[in-house]
Design a protein around this ligand. Structure first.
Ligand code: MG
Length: 494
């Protein structure tokens, strides 16, 4: 008879096989699916997700967990596996099927309503959906349970173990440091104006080859993954041997795709670095969204926006895009790559002002779920917050609180992981540099293997064995410290 832990691993593999099939359908929908395939795709996805939910909440699986947990002689890693799987299953079992169905349906409709409202700046058409979404998320939070505030239950879905009372002081401290720093940097830097290559055609096939070359150089294995195009760049890991990345191109701007590619490439290295033998168990999954985002921001910003990176790759870019880069100097390129300017749209924000966008969203989410802010007052609260943090005010809600898709799909508690990812990334880079020596020397030489292996060894290969905060401590020797991020910006920009 097979040991309980072996039976549990086998069950996990089967669940993951279904999840990967679901992931592949989702990836295809965003990349190659013909537009008339949408209805059938939704049916396939709904059917798969029902099967997944039933299996995850089945009594048979619960018995396997109990049996495995009762074994006295299992290893520490297997104990972590049981702990994390139990966590996932308990969460799924707390949500009544009726609520899960209602959430799925309303999410889909609300997202469609958001998309239309945003396109024509018709806030009133979206507000009733947002109210519905918030009410459902409140119910979900009550089902899941929490120790301090309902918002904690939502945060915990993306950053296990996190709480508003932990995140808030960190983001407050960060904003206090960032707002004046951003002002000093903006005053000091002069606006670079329109780039010399703007409007010069960069053939899409050439761009694709160049972006793939950059991925290959950082160590992303293109035989264990792909790069395609989609409206919103993302990473879909199906298995360490099959990691799908997307980016987006502009035919009149060769640089536009690069930072999305490097960002997703960082996510992709994490997915390829997860231990293959643990596929189907939590030990083969990324630990949290913040940690995932730290990997993407590290390659996008610390590496990709460094001078050393472009000392190496501008000459190569010239070989690919010849004419478009005739007039471009390294100085000009660097001033475009590191342009700092308060802006209204989060996804276009520079690395200095970006976290202020997150602080604004977190503050509003917290107020909504503690009952201090009504949906009707959201636009005003948003606009005043922008003015206070960044000194600019949206002219309409499309530039304001309608800009991001997250709230329409009920993704409350998600935004803080973007900011935490930036903080993790700076702390991880600093630790890596202490141990490996100057990162810029390596970047300029194109020696990315030591960095990649360091990240694999300290972070990727552990999966969910340790909670994110503990993993960060093990990797860097200390608890989360936002000073690294502020110091990184100061050194780079002042
Ligand atoms: Mg990301």
């Amino acid at each position: 008879m097979l040991k309980p832990i072996v039976l549990l691993r086998n069950a996990g593999k089967e669940l993951q096989a279904l999840r990967s099939a679901e992931g592949l359908l989702g990836w295809d929908q965003e990349t190659f699916m013909p537009s008339k395939g949408g209805t059938a795709r939704a049916e396939s996805q709904a059917a798969l997700s029902t099967v997944l939910h039933q299996r995850l909440t089945s009594d048979a699986l619960w018995v396997l967990i109990e049996n495995a947990a009762a074994q006295p002689d299992i290893s520490d890693r297997d104990r972590a596996l049981v702990r994390e799987m139990r966590r996932d299953i308990e969460k799924a079992r707390k949500i009544p099927e009726e609520l899960a169905t209602e959430l799925a349906r309303t999410t889909s409709l609300s997202q469609q309503a958001w998309s239309k409202a945003r396109a024509k700046n018709a806030t009133d058409e979206f507000l009733p959906w947002l109210e519905k979404m918030i009410a459902l998320k409140r119910r979900e939070a009550e089902c899941l349970g929490y120790s301090e505030t309902p918002y904690d239950a939502l945060l915990d879905q993306f950053e296990p173990g996190s709480k508003a009372s932990v995140v808030k002081p960190i983001l407050d401290k960060l904003s206090e440091g960032l707002a004046p720093l951003a002002r000093r940097i903006v005053e000091k830097s002069k606006a670079p104006g329109v780039a010399s290559w703007q409007g010069k055609k960069a053939d899409l096939e050439t761009q694709r080859r160049f972006n793939e070359t950059l991925l290959r150089e950082m160590g992303f294995d293109l035989e264990a993954g792909r790069l395609d195009a989609s409206a919103h760049p993302f990473t879909q890991g199906l298995h360490p041997g099959d990691v799908r990345l997307t980016t987006r191109y502009r035919e009149d701007d060769w640089l536009y795709a690069i930072f999305s590619t490097l960002h997703e490439g960082g996510h992709g290295l994490y997915e390829q670095g997860l231990p293959e033998e643990e596929w189907g168990t939590p030990l083969g999954e990324a630990v949290s969204l913040s940690m995932h985002e730290s990997q993407s921001r590290l390659w996008e910003n610390r590496v990709g926006r460094s001078r050393s990176y472009w000392e190496r790759y501008l000459p190569l870019a010239r070989e690919y895009f010849g004419d478009a880069l005739m007039a471009t100097t390294l100085e000009e390129l660097m001033s475009q790559v590191n342009k700092v300017q308060p802006s209204l749209i989060r996804v276009e924000a520079d690395e200095v002002t970006y976290n202020l966008h997150i602080a604004l969203r977190f503050g509003l989410e917290e107020k909504i779920f503690s009952g201090q802010l009504e949906v009707r007052g959201l636009a005003d609260a948003w606009n005043s917050g922008m003015e206070k943090l960044l000194g600019i005010r949206p002219k309409n809600d499309t530039e304001g609180f309608l800009q991001d898709v997250h709230w329409s799909c009920g993704l409350f508690g998600y935004f803080p992981t973007y900011a935490m990812g930036n903080l993790y990334s700076a702390q991880i880079s600093a630790a890596m540099e202490r141990e490996l020596g100057s990162l810029d020397v390596k970047i300029k030489a194109g020696e990315f293997a030591p960095m990649r292996e360091w990240l694999r060894d300290r972070i990727h290969k552990h999966g969910r064995e340790f909670p994110a905060a503990e993993l960060l401590h093990r990797a860097t020797g200390e608890d989360l410290n936002p000073e690294y991020f502020l110091k990184y910006l100061e050194t780079k920009y002042l």
